[in-house]
Design a protein around this ligand. Structure first.
Ligand SMILES: Cc1cc2nc3c(=O)[nH]c(=O)nc-3n(C[C@H](O)[C@H](O)[C@H](O)COP(=O)(O)OP(=O)(O)OC[C@H]3O[C@@H](n4cnc5c(N)ncnc54)[C@H](O)[C@@H]3O)c2cc1C
Length: 481
């Protein structure tokens, strides 16, 4: 049911596009590039070192990957595919980043092979990379963050000296990427989608009405045939304990907000040097600890896992040579190293927050811990409030209950940039094929309608001739009698 104030809202009808997607992060940008006529081909002059894969891809090297059915990869190369990654994501990652470091893909721009589309996003191009702490050093190595057809090395015009870059640099690369690939006219940054609803036109064809608000506060409406959701996972998971909502000033959920809070001179608890309580045991929690120790803040670190469970986390698997700061944090977290500013609580959870005191469940009973700031690093979740019902997405990126809706990127479970390109490619390929099929069907429908019209006209003419012949005959008969 519409709320009273909804009735007064005036939507400007803005665009009519074939396809629309929300989210201008790496997934949305790469999909836009594929739909704008950038065709990826297997480059036989830069063969993949896996000779079997090379032979298989060479068979269709003259055909764009967007025009090929690549499902053979899952069957024929099952033994090499990382089971936690979708086969198409794994294949494209292999081709973009073969062991010899030379991409096996070449791109040809063919504007005739494009689909009209629009990309809406709440932020500037780059999606969630606009909200990460500028100085955060990426977990991914440089080459793992490349988007299709214009790599970071090309943007830098040479190999940078460091392998892991600050998030602020990656954000700038993504903005430059949109310009370089010529897709900026498809992007509508600082635009929020508030509603996506499915409708049916008077010919029985489905379409979507997409409503939202642009950067000037103007409400708009778009009509389109397909929807791709690339909205990432941008909502912080909350502690879900009593007192959390009332303590918004001294609970933060990411490093950028933590740094800002620690710099606030008016926080008496910080002045009194009360500890920062970091909750969580992932990469973000490690980042929070590193930052606090660097700025000489006491840290109480609460982790839900046991020592045995900590040995299987992603942090435990990172190479100490490439990630020395995480190796250091991991040693503290597992008690292998000590720091006078750091105290760890394992198998602990928060149970309540009240008046700058957090109550913690620990194996030794409940602890009442005064704090200056809580940094809750619990991960992120997606929120699709623009849809009227909950939806589920399948392995082929399609919505289970609506075959004209898709999800890509971290929303679809492809969390890292290196693995989300494959999903964008697969959805672009599906959209091309289906749009082609729909165009053929539309042409057939129009031809049939035209054929029926001609037949009707001919029938009419035949009837007219027949009746004039009868008139003529009856006139002859009447005069002769
Ligand atoms: C702290 C942190 C560090 C990370 N480091 C790395 C790393 O080193 N390497 C790596 O590969 N990945 C990293 N990631 C993972 C990151 O999720 C991916 O790199 C990538 O950003 C996912 O891309 P995406 O396009 O799916 O979504 P996003 O980048 O999240 O973009 C989605 C965009 O959609 C917008 N949006 C959502 N809802 C709406 C709406 N209703 N209307 C309009 N716009 C909307 C969002 O505001 C956002 O801008 C990191 C993640 C975090 C949180």
């Amino acid at each position: 049911m519409k709320k009273a104030h909804e009735k007064k809202k005036k939507y400007i009808f803005k665009f009519q596009k074939h396809d629309f997607f929300t989210g201008n992060g790496p997934a949305g940008l790469s999909l836009s590039v594929f739909l704008s006529g950038w065709q990826p081909y297997y480059d036989i002059n830069s063969p993949h070192p896996d000779s079997r894969l090379h032979a298989r891809l060479s068979q269709n090297a003259k055909q764009s990957l967007l025009d090929q059915d690549l499902s053979w990869f899952e069957e024929e190369f099952a033994e090499i595919i990382n089971p936690s990654v979708r086969p198409i994501a794994f294949l494209i990652d292999m081709l973009m980043r073969p062991p010899n470091g030379k991409s096996c893909l070449r791109y040809v721009q063919n504007p005739t092979k494009s689909v009209s589309h629009i990309v809406l996003g709440e932020t500037d191009a780059g999606g969630s990379w606009n909200s990460y702490d500028e100085e955060m050093i990426t977990v991914s190595l440089l080459g793992w963050l490349d988007l299709p057809a214009f790599s970071l090395v090309e943007w830098f015009q040479g190999q940078p000296l460091i392998a892991r870059l600050p998030a602020g640099v990656i954000r700038e690369y993504m903005k430059a990427y949109a310009k370089e690939m010529g897709i900026t006219e498809n992007l509508r940054p600082y635009t929020r989608v508030t509603e996506v609803s499915k409708k049916c036109d008077n010919q029985g064809k489905d379409y979507y009405d997409v409503k939202g608000e642009d950067k000037n506060g103007q409400l708009f409406k778009i009509r389109c045939r397909k929807v791709v959701l690339a909205c990432g996972q941008n909502y912080q998971k909350l502690l879900g304990v009593s007192g959390e909502e009332e303590s918004t000033k001294d609970i933060v959920y990411d490093i950028a907000a933590m740094k800002k809070s620690l710099l606030q001179k008016d926080n008496n608890n910080i002045k009194q040097n009360l500890p920062v309580v970091v909750i969580g045991d992932g990469i973000s929690a490690a980042d929070a600890i590193i930052q606090c120790l660097k700025s000489k803040h006491n840290v109480i670190h609460v982790m839900r896992r046991s020592d045995a469970q900590l040995r299987t986390t992603m942090l435990s698997k990172l190479s100490a040579t490439i990630y020395p700061e995480y190796a250091q944090a991991y040693k503290l977290m597992t008690g292998k190293e000590k720091n006078p500013l750091y105290e760890r609580i394992i198998q602990g959870t928060a149970r309540e927050v009240l008046d700058s005191v957090v109550s913690l469940n620990t194996p030794n009973g409940i602890i009442q811990q005064p704090y200056s700031l809580i940094v809750a690093c619990l991960g992120r979740r997606a929120e699709l409030s623009m849809l009227s019902e909950e939806v589920e997405f399948l392995a082929d990126y399609r919505c289970a209950s609506d075959k004209k809706m898709f999800a890509i990127g971290s929303l679809a479970g492809d969390h890292f940039i290196r693995y989300l390109i494959g999903g964008s490619l697969q959805v672009a390929s599906t959209l091309f094929n289906e749009n082609k099929q729909e165009e053929v069907e539309e042409l057939q429908r129009q031809l049939l309608a035209e054929h029926e019209k001609v037949e009707k006209r001919q029938k009419c003419i035949r009837r007219k001739h027949a009746s004039s012949r009868i008139c003529w005959l009856s006139r002859i008969l009447s005069t002769s009698s």
